[in-house]
Design a protein around this ligand. Structure first.
Ligand code: HEM
Length: 420
């Protein structure tokens, strides 16, 4: 795409909805950071914020940049939402990601115990087993399609086991996640045509979860669904809608983003062979390498917030009721926070990337996502000599085409199989 005048709203809107933006959003985000750091995006019906420091400040400011109502506001802009999108609206009217403190703290406290670094670390042997099994399956062939062979099934299985969902149903919650994301995120704005499918996905997910909750109430097990089914806070049970929404949040938040991290991260690594060699030589760099993968190509690119009172920022006036997208992927490429931000370097000093957000809504599953990615990257590098992009595959990244969830559909890799 030719050089865009980012101060011209029509030209900017066209550029942001062009396929080239999905393929590589970073050049346009860099222009926005310097020329229009807070820009009104007409087709998205919201502000786009691109500077790291603005994003950090506003993510922490939950009073003026609220997480409550943001999703319901989007739904209420859809025609006939009461009839067509009721289940979707009810689901996103409650639940931890849609609350502000102090109410948010109550619901988050419920599930957070399962995600402490200690509880997560206890999952390491199981994660190693799953990664090794995925590698064993492809080892003799010298080829791997990373997404279907590992990056999707690994987090989907881990979250299902942790929550207590039947693992064999993981393709069903993949499908529901895809349909819900397609409505909210695909183009940066809710897509009315995708609304019915997303609403039906919520109804199907609820119908699938309800009997599982009833079974846990009758006979609790050591899983998150049991905790959700039976918990009382200050003598009060969560409402049915809150329990269902929180359970749905677990599979919505818990697998696709991690698929994005493992896929985008390995894609960056094989496209930077010097960094791949460095990691082979210095395996202790795996933790900073995963942080660099999160920074360099954030799997979740944009937070959404709702403005609760008039705010002046960089000469723009944001009004009560406006929606704001905080471009986390842009913050991670902001040269004021990360020197030489477009370079992929796994030995960067500890970076303050925003891939998991910040403040009260900081990603609950961050430790779990990090552990899965670290084990996957470490094992892939150790066990697959000569790892590279498959020379017979199209080298263009096969992205799903969604401006918020930056997730590869496929990543074909090749390696040297063991001698027969
Ligand atoms: C690489 C993988 C992941 C990325 C990039 C990611 C990203 C994020 C981000 C940016 C937020 C903040 C959203 C906001 O402030 O509006 C968030 C929140 C959240 N994430 Fe993750 N996430 C990942 C993995 C996971 C996993 C494995 C889980 C497991 C259950 C999870 C569960 C959640 C939940 C429940 C929230 C809402 C927390 C709250 O509102 O208090 N995420 N995530």
């Amino acid at each position: 795409m030719s050089r865009v005048d980012v101060t011209d709203p029509d030209a900017l809107a066209a550029a942001l909805t062009d396929r080239s933006f999905v393929a590589d959003p970073y050049p346009l985000l860099a222009r926005l950071r310097t020329e229009a750091p807070i820009a009104w995006i007409e087709p998205w019906g919201c502000w786009l914020m691109t500077r790291g420091d603005d994003i950090e400040t506003t993510v922490r400011d939950t009073r003026r940049f609220s997480s409550a109502d943001r999703v319901t506001q989007v739904i209420e802009r859809m025609p006939a939402w009461q009839e067509r999108l009721f289940a979707l609206h009810e689901n996103f009217a409650v639940g931890m990601a849609q609350r502000d403190p102090p109410d948010h703290t109550r619901v988050r406290g419920l599930v957070s115990a399962a995600f402490t670094p200690r509880r997560v670390e206890a999952l390491r042997p199981r994660i190693e087993e799953l990664v090794d099994a995925a590698i064993e399956r492809v080892l003799p062939t010298g080829r791997m399609e990373l997404i279907d062979d590992l990056a999707h099934p690994l987090p989907a299985t881990v979250i299902a086991e942790l929550a207590g969902f039947p693992v064999e149903d993981r393709e069903r919650f993949r499908d529901w996640t895809t349909r819900i994301n397609a409505f909210f995120f695909a183009s940066g704005v809710a897509v009315p045509e995708a609304g019915d499918s997303a609403n039906a996905a919520i109804e199907e997910a609820r119908a699938w979860i309800r009997p599982q909750l009833e079974a846990r109430r009758a006979a609790p097990r050591d899983d998150l669904l049991s905790a959700l089914a039976t918990v009382e806070i200050d003598g009060e049970r969560l409402t049915e809608a809150e329990v269902l929404s929180t359970a749905i949040t677990l599979f919505l938040g818990g697998h696709d983003t991690t698929t994005g991290l493992i896929g985008n991260g390995m894609s960056a690594l094989v496209r930077h062979p010097d960094q791949l060699t460095l990691l082979r030589e210095r395996p202790e760099l795996v933790a900073p390498a995963v942080e660099e993968m999160l920074r360099y190509d954030a799997p979740f690119q944009m937070n959404l917030r709702y403005v609760t009172e008039e705010v002046e920022l960089r000469g723009r006036t944001l009004h009560r009721g406006d929606l704001v997208r905080q471009a986390l992927g842009s913050a991670n490429r902001d040269p004021e926070r990360h020197p030489d931000p477009d370079a992929f370097r796994i030995d960067r000093p500890a970076s303050r990337h925003l891939a998991f957000g910040l403040g009260p809504h900081f990603c609950l599953g961050a430790a779990l996502a990090r552990l899965q990615a670290q084990v996957a990257v470490e094992r892939l590098i150790q066990r697959l000599p000569g790892l590279r992009l498959d020379p017979d595959a199209d080298p263009t990244p096969d992205l799903r085409g969604d401006v918020t969830n930056r997730v590869l559909r496929s990543l074909r890799l090749a390696f040297d199989p063991p001698a027969a």
